[in-house]
Write a protein that binds this ligand. Structure first.
Ligand code: GLC
Length: 799
């Protein structure tokens, strides 16, 4: 069953059946202001932090779902009937009204046709403005005059969400509203700074008090103000606040009205300024164009044309978009994480920052620097941190009256921001080494390696020294079997091993060592590179000796020495992570690599993607970890956890199995589930954190869209391993691994400012291997770095 389609020309996903089985999300804004919105205009707005600077309120995991939001109600004053442009919250029966939602790149548009009226509400946050714009157009398509009243509605939140949710003796008595000359102002007494809500028209009424608008015994579905058709002009110091402006319209047949609303950071002056800025609708069209160009420029950096539509549509638009959104806003703003946690997760950010360096070098560099500053001098990362703990906030406004709570809110101070080894995750910082190397390869910015950054616990060192500390830490923190300690957890938060040893971490260390060695060789640090070579050789031998279980690699050892991920186990015999990384890191011997990948295929592959482990755990076992207390088939216990799936695609490509890599791609990629939403539930344009595994009653259902490492990893795996276009220190490599049936594909790639028009042909119908490269018609042995601004034709013949 389908609920919509990909509109490729407009880079939009169009939902033409809005009664979806779950919320489908989009993200608006590309700088500091961000709105998380769903397909019925539910959602919330925040400035920089969804936890500490929330602008609009959201009731998470509530009934009805995803309320409130950015609502426009249209009331026909002839009979008092009203509807909202986004299907909800009024929710007219779908056989009486037609609704469409278009989620695009940083814009979402709701459209509706009801009783001879056509209306649209387009939401976006222009680049350079800290304001969410609601662009509303209403057209009278009937043959009679229409007497309408239009009401906006958004509900304000106290900035710190924990207080907004729990401490009403504070939030209700120090948040206030007022109104002047068409602008609603929302103020917090303990904090400098306001929000405004204003419009491009002279309003006929306003309401600042939520309970006046809705009524205590009504809901957003039937607000008393809209039922009545008139706002009362309420405002107050204290209470719950909203932004409602009324506009009365008389529309003749065929006539349209455009109403533009602005919900932004600032006071009357900022409201005035934004009204002036967008006084003419052309200015708004220009802002849309700027936003469009922002994304077009990113798309231009890498675009593919292949025989597989689900590759082109996802890589050129949606997976790129998902990966970028993760880098922009980190993981803690969604309908799942609704403001309880912000900051950066070390491992998640370190991986995200590797994936879109080509399209967002500055954003990834910023994240990498934040991670470098949250590294301790002993070489482990601070698992969850606020960048401002360790770095001055970029462009931070000096607030005259910063938020100072009169009640105690425990906040980490000084040394307590730096947790000890007991709370360290063994994988966190290991992800950063390859990300840094990828950054240098992409940008050619070798100087970055010598830049100096502080350590979280004091002292400082160059980026190169940070990298050495990271591998040094993992080389030192090994257990009795010579495998890296798992510490609190590794990538799998729920596989705690009681603090035992993690095979995954040892393979990640192997990969980090290889990356560092290549860097050391490139910059001429010969003796260090030689030392690393010795370490790598010894480590490779010991990993293959200690961790091979016969048909696959172990997952680790518990503290008491029990093997995990062995055929000897009744449950959790085989795990994806250690096997994927054994191969992808290059540590696995050739034979073992093949066998390990075959075992993944035999034991873990499903039509919806690859399960994390099998058989599922059914008995709680705290020596193994929390994984054994999660229901079978959900989350880390035998679900199809999306994030590590592309690790297997990449590992298959490393071994030359293009057929299998693409079969896996198709099974997980949401594009291919557009017509089976009855089982998927979630949006088909974004990867979700996990899909229920075969041991769960909801097998095949996808959970937690957008904010997951699977977006970035899917993008990285397809671009770098499957299409095989990889930046090097001083060349661009094209080493595809594709299905035999492909005749070839084309990629346009910007690398260090030059454009490479790459055409890959596959005359012998192989899965991997390059027999010839031609540049601008002339045979070449490699693809060099061209001067910025140049354009070259690169032909790659497989065989
Ligand atoms: C979540 C966490 C991530 C972790 C994964 C597996 O996605 O954000 O850090 O690696 O779960 O446990």
């Amino acid at each position: 069953m389908r609920y919509g389609y990909f509109d490729e020309g407009n880079n939009e996903y169009v939902i033409d059946r809005v009664d979806l089985p779950t919320s489908w999300t989009n993200y608006l804004g590309v700088e500091d202001l961000c709105a998380v919105v769903n397909h019925t205009a539910g959602g919330y707005l925040f400035y920089k932090s969804p936890e500490y600077h929330r602008i609009t309120r959201f009731r998470g995991n509530a009934v009805p779902m995803d309320r409130p939001g950015d609502y426009i109600y249209i009331r026909d004053n002839a009979d008092g009937d009203y509807f909202s442009i986004s299907w909800q919250p009024v929710g007219k029966p779908l056989d009486q009204a037609k609704y469409t939602t278009r989620h695009g790149m940083s814009v979402t548009t709701y459209e509706c046709e009801y009783k001879g009226l056509r209306a649209s509400e387009k939401l976006s946050i222009p680049i350079g403005d800290n304001a969410l714009i609601w662009d509303v157009v209403i057209t009278n398509q009937s043959d009679r005059d229409r007497d309408l009243s239009v009401f906006s509605y958004a509900e304000f939140s106290y900035h710190p969400v924990p207080i907004d949710n729990q401490n009403f003796q504070m939030s209700l008595y120090c948040a206030g509203s007022e109104y002047r000359d068409g602008t609603i102002l929302y103020d917090l007494f303990y904090e400098e700074g306001y929000q405004y809500f204003t419009s491009n028209f002279e309003p006929d009424g306003f309401e600042c008090l939520r309970d006046e608008f809705i009524g205590l015994y009504n809901t957003e579905t039937n607000p008393q103000a809209v039922e009545r058709g008139r706002l009362t002009g309420s405002f107050e110091k204290g209470g719950n606040h909203c932004a409602s402006l009324q506009k009365n319209l008389m529309l003749k047949p065929g006539e349209s009205a455009r109403l533009i609303y602005f919900l932004g950071e600032g006071g009357y002056a900022e409201a005035e300024a934004i009204r002036a800025k967008y006084a003419s609708p052309e200015k708004l069209e220009e802002a849309y164009e700027t936003l469009r160009s922002f994304w077009m420029e990113k798309k231009r950096r890498f675009s593919v044309h292949s025989p597989e539509k689900g590759v082109d549509v996802m890589i050129n638009t949606w997976t790129l978009y998902q990966a970028e959104i993760n880098v922009m806003f980190s993981r803690f703003a969604s309908f799942i994480e609704v403001g309880g946690r912000t900051g950066l997760g070390y491992r998640d950010t370190a991986q995200d920052a590797m994936t879109v360096i080509a399209s967002n070098p500055q954003g990834c560099r910023k994240r990498i620097i934040e991670l470098l500053s949250a590294l301790t001098s002993s070489g482990y990362g601070i698992h969850l941190f606020e960048p401002r703990w360790f770095l001055p906030e970029e462009g931070a406004e000096k607030k005259k009256k910063p938020f100072k709570s009169p009640t105690v809110i425990p906040k980490p101070e000084g040394a307590s921001k730096v947790h000890g080894l007991a709370d360290a995750c063994s994988d966190d910082a290991l992800w950063l080494v390859p990300s840094i190397v990828e950054y240098v390869r992409e940008t050619g910015d070798l100087g970055f390696l010598q830049e100096e950054y502080g350590y979280a616990d004091g002292g400082s060192g160059s980026v190169y020294e940070h990298m050495k500390k990271i591998v040094g830490f993992s080389l030192k923190e090994v257990g009795e079997n010579g495998i890296c300690k798992g510490l609190r957890a590794d990538w799998n938060d729920c596989l705690n091993l009681g603090g035992g040893e993690s095979a995954l971490v040892s393979f990640l260390l192997f990969r980090a060592l290889i990356c560092l060695r290549e860097t050391a060789e490139y910059i001429g640090d010969r003796s260090y590179a030689d030392d690393l070579s010795d370490t790598v050789t010894a480590l490779q031998k010991s990993l293959n000796d200690t961790l091979w279980d016969g048909d696959w690699y172990l997952r680790g050892f518990t503290k008491s020495g029990r093997k995990i991920g062995t055929r000897e186990n009744k449950e959790g015999q085989i795990h994806l992570e250690s096997n994927a990384w054994a191969v992808l890191s290059g540590a696995a011997d050739e034979e073992k690599a093949k066998r390990a990948l075959d075992s993944i295929h035999e034991k873990l592959a499903t039509p919806f993607g690859i399960m994390l482990n099998a058989p599922v755990y059914t008995e709680p076992d705290d020596e193994v970890g929390f994984i054994t207390r999660v229901y079978p088939g959900l989350k880390e216990n035998g679900s199809i956890f999306s994030h590590p799936n592309p690790w297997v695609w990449s590992a298959e490509c490393r071994m030359g199995n293009g057929e299998r890599a693409f079969a896996y791609y198709r099974s997980l990629c949401p594009y291919y589930q557009n017509d089976s939403i009855e089982s998927r539930w979630a949006e088909p344009y974004s990867y979700c954190q996990f899909i229920s595994g075969r041991d769960h009653t909801t097998y095949g259902r996808a959970h937690h869209p957008f904010m997951t490492g699977s977006g970035g990893w899917a993008y990285f795996a397809v671009t770098h391993y499957m299409l095989g276009v990889r930046p090097g220190f001083d060349e661009l490599t094209v080493d595809p691994c594709i299905p035999k049936s492909w005749d070839g594909f084309e990629v346009s790639r910007v690398f260090r400012g030059a454009t490479y028009r790459i055409r890959v042909t596959n005359p012998d119908h192989v899965e991997k291997g390059v027999k010839q490269i031609r540049i601008d018609g002339r045979e070449a042995s490699k693809i060099p770095v061209f001067a910025a601004g140049e354009e070259h034709a690169v032909e790659v013949v497989m065989g």
